[in-house]
Design a protein. Structure first.
Length: 372
């Protein structure tokens, strides 16, 4: 079997494609894989690291604000739309895939659209509650639309869809709370885990600094926080608020979290953005969360992702425009002081989890290709 995958631009599109490919490779080791990515996208690094071959096309998205500079870029995008389709057609013709899988991002558009025109069976996977423009445009051209959450169904009314969930890493499913706490040297006090992505989110860092500073003084919570590569100032700000992180054994403050499965398993409360894959991991572990959606994403999709949980009583939300350290502390305190409510939120979150997403997606692939 030959499988072609297209998706990129952000880790939210790339990692699901890698998870799908990895699971198929595990089930059918003789499968041949080829990824198509944008020439300058992060997929050029992540895909080879995962052991897969990748070829490139050049594609970009349209700028919405019509400044002179953006209008010039939009003209270039129109030209790239045609050239990328030609590039994709050549790669597809040479590889001769049995199926093409798109996971979103600009690059997915010309690849899946071209493959469908060439008569190759295509499927797409949508990670978010509010679908991206690319997947909405491709829905009528593919054999199956795979959705992570039921809330996205209303945007694909005329498409043939199935709920598969988002692929979740195996270590997320197997991590244990008490074992993880022991591994991290944590005691019985409540544990907060907070992060804003690998780069760090300034507004989240500023608000979390207040909780961290207070916990350093009164010791009520244990706190694990990743401030990101742009948040190197974080320890100094906390120190200005009266807490020296280095002297507080209940504070674990670092640039990145490389052992996320362990840290999340240990946590009683998670404070984070509302990226699709992160939320799927939170649901798989049944973790109560305060979600702070990024306002700087296409179609404000993180807000819709967050509300899918909030509407099921599975999380709290603070929009970034309303975020302050005081409000964040109030919400965290209210949740952590009420174990019964915390347990209810955890239960609601777990009910939303789809932990067999990889197998569901693989089943779709097998049906489309016609293998047993």
């Amino acid at each position: 079997m030959k499988v072609l995958l297209a998706g990129g631009g952000t880790a939210g599109h790339i990692n699901p494609a890698l998870a799908i490919a990895g699971y198929i490779r595990e089930k059918r080791p003789d499968t041949e894989f080829l990824f198509i990515g944008n020439k300058d996208g992060m997929e050029q690094r992540l895909v080879p690291q995962a052991g897969f071959e990748i070829k490139s096309i050049v594609i970009s998205g349209f700028k919405r604000s019509l400044s002179p500079k953006n209008m010039i870029e939009n003209v270039k995008t129109v030209k790239r739309t045609f050239s990328s389709s030609r590039e994709a057609k050549k790669i597809i013709a040479e590889f001769k895939p049995d199926i093409c899988i798109g996971t979103g991002g600009y690059v997915s558009g010309p690849v899946i659209r071209t493959a469908a025109k060439m008569g190759i069976p295509c499927i797409i996977h949508e990670q978010n509650a509010f679908p991206g423009v690319t997947n909405k445009m491709l829905a009528k051209s593919v054999k199956k639309v795979m959705l992570a959450v039921p809330d996205a169904k209303k945007y694909f009314e005329k498409a043939d869809f199935v709920i598969t969930g988002n692929p979740v890493r195996g270590e997320i499913l197997t991590a244990e709370k008490e074992k993880s706490r022991q591994e991290l040297g944590l005691d019985s006090r409540p544990v907060i885990l907070s992060f804003g992505g690998s780069l760090g989110a300034r507004k989240i860092n500023e608000a979390v600094a207040d909780i961290v500073a207070r916990s350093g003084k009164d010791g009520r919570y244990q706190h694990i926080h990743a401030y990101g590569s742009y948040g190197q100032w974080f320890p100094s700000v906390v120190k200005e608020k009266g807490t020296d992180i280095e002297k507080c054994d209940n504070l674990d403050i670092r640039p990145y979290i490389d052992n996320m499965s362990t840290c999340m398993a240990a946590a009683d409360l998670v404070i984070c953005r509302a990226g699709a894959i992160t939320l799927s991991e939170i649901q798989a572990m049944g973790k109560p969360a305060i979600l702070i959606p990024s306002p700087n994403v296409a179609e404000n999709h993180q807000y819709h992702n967050a509300m899918a949980l909030v509407n099921k009583g599975a999380a709290e939300i603070i929009e970034e425009s309303q975020l302050t350290g005081e409000l964040l502390m109030q919400k965290a305190d209210k949740l952590l002081i009420d174990p019964q409510n915390l347990a209810k939120i955890s239960e609601n979150s777990k009910k939303m989890a789809i932990i067999d997403a990889n197998e569901r997606i693989y089943s779709v692939v097998k049906r489309i290709v016609g293998i047993i």
